[in-house]
Design a protein around this ligand. Sequence first.
Ligand code: EPS
Length: 373
Amino acid sequence: MRRLNLITCGESHGKYLAAILEGMPAGLPVDLARIHHELWRRQQGYGRGGRQKIEKDEVEILGGVVGGKTTGAPVGFLLTNRDFKIDKMPELFRPRPGHADLAGALKYSQGIRAVLERSSARETAMRVAAGALAKLLLKEFGIEVLSHVIGIGTARVPEETLSFDQIKKRAAASEMNCAFPETEKEMVRVVSEAMEKRDSVGGQFEVRVSGAPIGLGSYVHWARKLDGQIAQGLMSLQSVKAVEFGLGTHLGTIFGSEAQDEIFYSKEKGYYRKTGRAGGIEGGMTNGSELAVRATMKPISTLRQPLTSVNMKTKKPEKAEYERSDICVVPAGSVIGEAIVALEVADAFLEKFGGDSLGEIERNYKGYLQEIE
Ligand code: EPS
C-alpha cells in the first residue's frame, strides 16, 4: 500500500491488539457497528477453535475520528483480549511444522512462545477492523467488496454463475460464508471428518469487487500494479499458499483466443466486457469489470496428532507442540481476505483520486468519469 499505511501490533494472548491506519481522508462517516459486524464475521464458521467462544472482538477508536467522522489523521484501533495470559504461558521447544516457530526462533534468537504469539492469525482482527474502514470509504463511491468460500477440502461449489448481489446475500446467510447451501452442508461434513480424525483442513475463497472504475493501479511501474499489490496482501494472510485472478491457473491450459475478455462499447455502459477471464485486471489496472481473486489456504498447521519435529534444546526427534487450535479457518480467512482486498483497492483509489477530504476526492472522481465517458 502507498497512500494507506497499516501497522498492527499485539500478541495473540497479550493484553491488547492495536493498529494504526494512516492515509484515510477527512470527512468519512465512521460506523462503529459496521466495523464490529466485520469483526464478528471473522469469528464465525464451523471448525473455529475454542478461542472464539472466549472473545468478543470489538474495537475502541483511539484517534483520527471526531464527531463520528475521520479527520485525515491516523486512525487508531484498540482491541482488548479477554484471553490475556501471555505472562503465564510456558516456553515451547518443539517447533510445529508449517508454522513460523523454527525459522522465527532461530532468526530472532528467542523462544518459540514469542514467535507463536505474534505469528498467530489473531493479528488479522486488526486488518479486518482497518479493512472495514476501507470498505466504508469505497462504498461512498459505489464500490463494494464481498467474499465467499468456494471450497473446503474436497467440497467445492458448482460451476454456476451467480450475480454479485446473489453471492452476497446467500453467503451472508451461511455459517461457512458459502453461497451454495448444498455445498455448505458438504463443507460442514468435511470439517467434521477432519475433527473426528484429529486433523485440520484448508480450502479456497474468492473475493469480488464491484463498481471499481477503469484504471485503478498502474502499468508504468511494476510495484504499482494492482494485481501484484493484492496478491502480496493476500499472500501475507496466514495459511495462504496460492492466489489467482479470474481463470487463474486454468489460463495456462487454454489457447489465447479463449483466454481474453473481448472489448465492447455501449452508450449506457461505456466500455465493457462480457466475460471475466482476467479477473477484472489487465496490465496491472482495473478494466471496469468485476474484480475476482481467489486464495487457497493450507490446512491449519497445529495438529491434534502432532507431526515429527526436533526438540530445540536436546536436538532429539520428538512430536511437535500442540496448543488449542482451529480445525478449519477458511470462512474466517475469506472475511480477512475481503478486508485485505478492500484496503488494497482503497489504496489504489486514493492514489488515483486522492485528496485530503472526501469532498475533494468526489470532485476528482467525477472529473475523471466525465473525461473517460
Ligand atoms: C485466532 C486465535 C488463536 C487461534 C488462531 C487465530 O487463538 P488461540 O491460540 O488462543 O486458540 O485460534 O490462530 C491460528 C489459527 C494460528 O494458526 O495461529 C484468531 O482470533 O483468529
